[in-house]
Write a protein that binds this ligand. Structure first.
Ligand SMILES: NC(=O)c1ccc[n+]([C@@H]2O[C@H](COP(=O)([O-])OP(=O)(O)OC[C@H]3O[C@@H](n4cnc5c(N)ncnc54)[C@H](O)[C@@H]3O)[C@@H](O)[C@H]2O)c1
Length: 257
């Protein structure tokens, strides 16, 4: 029998109750990983747990807010108690934040930066000391194509995701060669986040927004969560052993021209 791509690996995933996080958890479980999962949405986590139980996957869950360092400490300690090691960390949790420029308050800016960027730093600070056996440990941060190009109604979001790219490169430098750290910049993904964005504008403006979001995409569609999860699987696997500090635009060609 061929060895699965992530067998023997323990991977922590934040935002596991959401569209991309849940797809990532299922894809990694199917490749043999044991999982440590967190999200502030306890119901979303439990929903995922039911599916994972049916497949016989090994996992632990801990609901919590990624803005709290304690959430990461609790998840880390539970994973070490249950599995004895940590090999991968996927920082998936994120929020969209305010829309137009005039809606962006200082508090909202702080909140978006906290969830989308500072929380990734807190997770990395917590998990990295336990990672690095065999130099095959990997951190994957999720940013957005909005880190690379401007997107409409998302200035604060774009700023936070650009910060994630900077964080990723600096972490890659500091933790090499023990731990790799890469960032994925997805284009639009068919998840609740994208649906909420579209429904936040009046129906008469939806087509215009959609064409601004996907108009430059060569593939002319949103990604499925599974298509982006496959990129995260690659990045935590040993197949990406020579990638660190890389910025992967999984954007359907949005930034190709
Ligand atoms: N959907 C898209 O079009 C798209 C495009 C590019 C990048 N992304 C990024 O992908 C990642 C996943 O987003 P998604 O599309 O699956 O959206 P989603 O809304 O389905 O999932 C996001 C998850 O993050 C969790 N979360 C948010 N704030 C949290 C907090 N403070 N503490 C703990 N958990 C929290 C939510 O509960 C949710 O389960 C995000 O970082 C997002 O920015 C999404």
């Amino acid at each position: 029998m061929t060895k699965k791509r992530l067998s023997d690996k323990v991977i922590a995933i934040t935002g596991a109750g959401g569209g991309l996080g849940a797809a990532t958890a299922k894809a990694m479980a199917a490749e043999g990983a044991a999982l440590a999962l967190t999200d502030r949405d306890a119901e979303g986590l439990e929903h995922l747990a039911q599916t994972l139980r049916e497949t016989g996957a090994k996992f632990i869950l801990k609901a919590g807010d990624v803005r709290d360092r304690q959430t990461h400490i609790d998840l880390h300690d539970l994973a070490i108690r249950e599995f004895g090691q940590i090999d991968g960390l996927c920082n998936v949790a994120g929020i969209l934040g305010p829309g137009t420029l005039d809606q962006a308050t200082t508090d909202q800016f702080d909140q978006v930066m906290h969830v989308n960027c500072l929380a990734q730093l807190l997770a990395i600070q917590t998990f990295a000391p336990s990672m690095g056996r065999n130099c095959q440990s990997s951190i994957v941060n999720v940013a957005s194509v909005g880190a690379l190009v401007g997107l409409p109604l998302m200035s604060v979001y774009c700023a936070s995701k650009a910060a994630v790219v900077g964080l990723t490169k600096a972490v890659a430098v500091e933790l090499a060669p023990r731990i790799r750290c890469n960032v994925v910049c997805p284009g639009g993904i068919d998840t609740p986040m994208a649906k909420n964005l579209l429904s936040s504008v009046p129906p008469s403006h939806r087509d215009e927004l959609l064409s601004k979001l996907t108009g430059r995409q060569l593939l002319k569609r949103f990604a499925s969560p599974e298509e982006i999860a496959a990129v995260l699987v690659f990045l935590v696997s040993d197949e990406s052993a020579f990638l660190t500090g890389a910025v992967l635009a999984a954007d359907g060609g949005h930034t190709a021209w």
